[in-house]
Design a protein around this ligand. Structure first.
Ligand SMILES: Nc1ncnc2c1ncn2[C@@H]1O[C@H](COP(=O)(O)OP(=O)(O)OP(=O)(O)O)[C@@H](O)[C@H]1O
Ligand SMILES: [Mg+2]
Length: 428
């Protein structure tokens, strides 16, 4: 009996990672999450769309679809909504909740054919949100899923976990520090079976800051008109950006040997950006993720390009530009002394913002996020081990589907623990 049930749960396990920039979702059976951009466009009523193209939708989500409607720029600015800001949605922000509902619905409906599978009664959905997300977000997400279940019959049970905990689950680690860095925020979370809440440091920075530096680099290269084209900037950042082991040394090396460090980035069939002798710019883009306090960014700060708001943890204020290593150490120092050593041995990096590439010929000068963080911590005289998850952008989703599989069917939502299943027929 148990075995038969387990087989069904494998089919029913479903994960959702609500990111600032990307929504990762889908059933365990698919092995990898699907990805949509967390974005929605409210369409203004237009005779062209309605009468000529026969489109009477009010809201479209995901970038590829949004792109089809991008006509007038003014319409865009007013009607384009990125619902999650630093991993959060305000309670009364109705338009953002509509976008989240539509993303969730669109995701689940892509797997309607699961209904044909034997014994399938709906998915067991685990959603992951930021560790410091306000509690009403859980309630709101429950409402969203109950509504979608009434429409589609696709959600049999629903639960929520914190993104960093999902990473620890995916990595099968009980005691570790998860550093989850996405587009909008970087969450440093010591975990000892459960996240140690008072030690969590959530910085308001992520890939977006690297985008900001990449946009400035584009301006300096004479492509000022591209700087406001988010997609182009991100492509350029991901292709050209490098993480230096040591910024000053890397810049020197690149200036001495410009050819070796140069690169070309093709942004469209018509546009290729050539860095020529300014390959050293590449290191500015990656360094900002790890140490925005470096003096090289002073002029950006003066111009307001790189203003990261501080984080308040208990009665402490942590500056937004704190070096990542300092923030990790500060977070660990808030945990019980007895586990400090264990935590230092298990620092786990995840999130798309750690996916920096390392070209073979530049190895040693340019490094991976793992090597960078290890280097920064060792410079503080600490023996540490840093690990990066196998597929950094998918690890939260992976933890979600594992949780969907593992959480016992009979374990119903427990408000005090913030754990358990909301179930069809019981809670909605
Ligand atoms: N190869 C790469 N090099 C550098 N950055 C990358 C690479 N691949 C993805 N990124 C960056 O990772 C970020 C997206 O990561 P992720 O999907 O983890 O964020 P998110 O979950 O949407 O945001 P958050 O977790 O902050 O809410 C983007 O800024 C993207 O540009
Ligand atoms: Mg994320």
């Amino acid at each position: 009996m148990a075995a038969a049930l387990d087989a069904r749960r494998v089919v029913a396990a479903y994960g959702e990672d609500y990111g600032t920039r990307y929504f990762k979702y889908g059933p365990l059976m698919e092995r990898k999450p699907r990805i949509m951009e967390s974005v929605g466009l409210f369409l203004e009523d237009s005779p062209l769309l309605r009468e000529v193209y026969g489109i009477d939708k009010k809201l479209v989500v995901d970038y590829s679809e949004v792109m089809r409607y991008l006509g007038a720029k003014e319409m865009l600015v007013r009607n384009l909504i990125y619902p999650l800001k630093d991993g959060e949605i305000k309670r009364e922000d109705e338009r953002s909740w509509m976008v989240v509902t539509e993303l969730t619905r669109k995701g689940l409906k892509q797997f309607e054919d699961y209904k044909k599978k034997e014994g399938f009664e709906g998915f067991y959905v685990t959603a992951a949100i930021a560790a410091r997300a306000p509690e009403y977000m859980v309630e709101k997400l429950l409402e969203v899923h109950a509504k979608i279940d009434r429409e589609t019959g696709l959600v049999k049970a629903f639960t929520v976990i914190a993104q960093p905990l999902a990473v620890a689950i995916a990595e099968k680690e009980l005691t570790c520090v998860v550093v989850e860095s996405g587009h909008g925020n970087t969450q440093i979370t010591p975990i000892n079976s459960y996240p140690i809440r008072e030690a969590i440091i959530s910085l308001y920075r992520g890939g977006a800051e690297a985008d900001a530096v990449a946009a400035e680099v584009l301006k300096d290269l004479g492509y000022g008109d591209l700087a406001s084209d988010e997609k182009a900037v991100r492509r350029f950042k991901e292709e050209a950006g490098l993480v230096p082991l040591d910024l000053d040394r890397a810049v020197r090396a690149a200036r001495e040997n410009p050819q070796k460090f140069s690169c070309r980035v093709k942004l469209s069939p018509l546009l290729e950006i050539d860095l020529e002798d300014r390959g050293w710019y590449r290191f500015l883009i990656g360094e900002v993720v790890f140490n925005p306090r470096h003096e090289i960014y002073e002029s950006y700060k003066k111009r307001g390009v790189l203003n990261i708001r501080p984080t308040v943890v208990g009665d402490r204020t942590i500056e937004g530009d704190v070096p990542l290593s300092d923030a990790i150490l500060q977070s660990i120092s808030e945990t019980p002394v007895g586990i400090h050593e264990l935590l230092l041995k298990k620092v786990i990096l995840s999130g798309g913002n750690f996916q920096w590439r390392v070209p073979e010929e530049l190895k040693g000068v340019a490094v991976s996020a793992r090597e960078k963080v290890e280097h920064m911590l060792r410079a503080r005289g600490l023996s540490v081990e840093v690990r990066m998850t196998e597929d950094p952008q998918s690890s939260v989703w992976k933890g979600c589907v594992v949780w969907s599989l593992a959480l016992p069917d009979s374990y119903l939502w427990d408000e005090n623990r913030g754990e358990g299943w909301f179930k069809r027929g019981v809670h909605y």
